[in-house]
Write a protein that binds this ligand. Structure first.
Ligand SMILES: Nc1ncnc2c1ncn2[C@@H]1O[C@H](COP(=O)(O)OP(=O)(O)OP(=O)(O)O)[C@@H](O)[C@H]1O
Ligand SMILES: [Mg+2]
Length: 405
């Protein structure tokens, strides 16, 4: 009997595949399977748990509230529940790392705590979300890196992040969360940035789909890729699937070509059939170009407008940019905000960059040939504000506001 193993069955020559009577695909473990695998790993390493309230109560990792709740549960189950998207190898790595933590604290394998596992979970890189080619890695952005947009942050927190934070409560109360959220608004208002913050918050439960990777390849491959993404999402659920620049492929079925039509149909199919724990987050700056069937109830039915910042929000954005650049203390952020009506977040970033260049130029004049960076002065902002124009005009804004209504 021949038993063949491969990581990628698609790359095998069909004649090789035909030699085998049967093919079995090993997918990402479901939460129940994860529990069993983790149990086995823990047993193989000869580990057991010790429940000393003191070690949980004096937790160092800032997870006190969580561990407090976990204390009442089966420890292995509690850990397994949090390992979204973990493969067996990841679970094993988790055990090894956790034992190192326990060892560093002078405890043996028979005195493990849930805390040890939670602590190392942050440093484990999950294989499931890494293996797919159309999945992107997103850099870490926190809510505090985004100025203003409080209303939008709240909606995302409630409709997307709560899904995995309060998965139990949703299940208990029998409510199904909104299936999808579409962020729309003028370019540069921070839609992608918001999605990155959601990704950071949700850790492994986030699949950012790279649309260029999705549409390249052979005929039929894109549909398969979409199906695979949703299958992964369902298995790792609760999970968020993020589709940026949605209009690029999911424009109206009439306006997009044959490929577009098939992709839209495939996406609709997946949206209707994916597991309850899957939420779709999408972003676009052409909401009117999106096929209306995607926006119907039960699909991307929550439309959230991401507007350009108002006066106070611009001050908040400047405050964030100030922390990353060197502003002179004399610069009054409210004055700069006054200079920048109708600017988007991206325009503000461009303004600060330009002001920085002016500051650099000025310091070069002062200190001869070798430029030494000095702080950005108010004057630099005035000069930069003349060069940088808002990227969205009133007419463009009106279009979004009309759609908003
Ligand atoms: N509210 C904000 N707070 C802080 N920075 C912001 C904000 N909005 C935008 N920015 C800055 O502008 C940059 C561009 O924003 P982003 O890429 O999120 O815009 P977008 O809405 O996705 O635009 P597009 O529709 O063109 O994709 C960000 O990387 C960020 O530096
Ligand atoms: Mg974007």
């Amino acid at each position: 009997m021949i038993l063949g193993l491969t990581q990628n069955a698609r790359e095998l020559d069909p004649s090789v595949i035909s030699l085998f009577d049967d093919t079995v695909e090993l997918d990402i473990p479901t939460p129940e399977e994860r529990h069993v695998i983790l149990q086995t790993c823990i047993m193989n390493h000869g580990m057991s748990f010790e429940f000393e309230t003191s070690s949980i109560g004096n937790s160092q990792s800032g997870n006190n509230g969580d561990t407090g709740r976990l204390k009442d549960q089966d420890p292995i189950k509690a850990i397994a529940r949090r390992c979204h998207g973990y493969f067996a190898a990841d679970l094993d790595a988790l055990c090894i790392q956790a034992s190192i933590v326990a060892d560093q604290q002078g405890r043996g394998m028979d005195q493990m705590t849930v805390e040890d596992f939670l602590m190392v979970m942050k440093s484990i890189r999950v294989s499931a979300l890494r293996q797919s080619t159309s999945v992107q890695k997103v850099d870490s952005v926190h809510w505090s890196d985004i100025g203003g947009l409080e209303g939008v942050k709240r909606v995302l927190e409630e409709s997307v992040i709560w899904l995995y934070k309060h998965a139990d409560a949703y299940a208990r109360m029998g409510i199904s969360p909104s299936k999808g959220v579409l962020l729309y608004g003028p370019p540069g208002t921070g839609k992608t940035l918001l999605a990155k913050a959601v990704a950071t918050e949700s850790e492994a439960n986030f699949i950012a789909v790279s649309i260029p990777d999705l549409i390249k390849g052979e005929v039929g491959e894109s549909e398969k890729a979409i199906a695979k993404i949703f299958r992964t999402a369902t298995r790792c659920s609760p999970c968020i699937v993020f589709l940026d620049e949605l209009e690029a492929i999911f424009g109206t079925r009439e306006s997009s070509g044959g490929l577009g039509k098939q992709l839209v149909s495939q996406l609709l199919l997946e949206m209707d059939n994916c597991g309850k724990g899957v939420v779709i987050l999408a972003a676009t700056n052409h909401p009117e170009a999106i096929d209306t069937s995607i926006l119907r109830s039960g699909r991307l039915d929550r439309l959230v407008y991401v507007p350009p910042p108002n006066f106070e929000e611009r001050v908040a954005i400047l405050q964030i940019l100030k922390e990353k650049t060197q502003f002179s203390d004399a610069v009054d952020l409210r004055t700069v905000s006054n200079l920048t009506s109708n600017f988007t977040g991206a325009d503000m970033k461009a303004l600060v960059r330009k002001a920085g260049l002016y500051a650099l130029k000025a310091s070069r004049v002062r200190s001869g040939t070798k430029a030494t960076m000095s702080n950005i002065e108010a004057q630099d902002f005035f000069s930069a504000a003349i060069d940088i124009q808002p990227s969205v005009n009133q007419l463009g804004l009106l279009r979004y506001e009309q759609f908003h209504r």
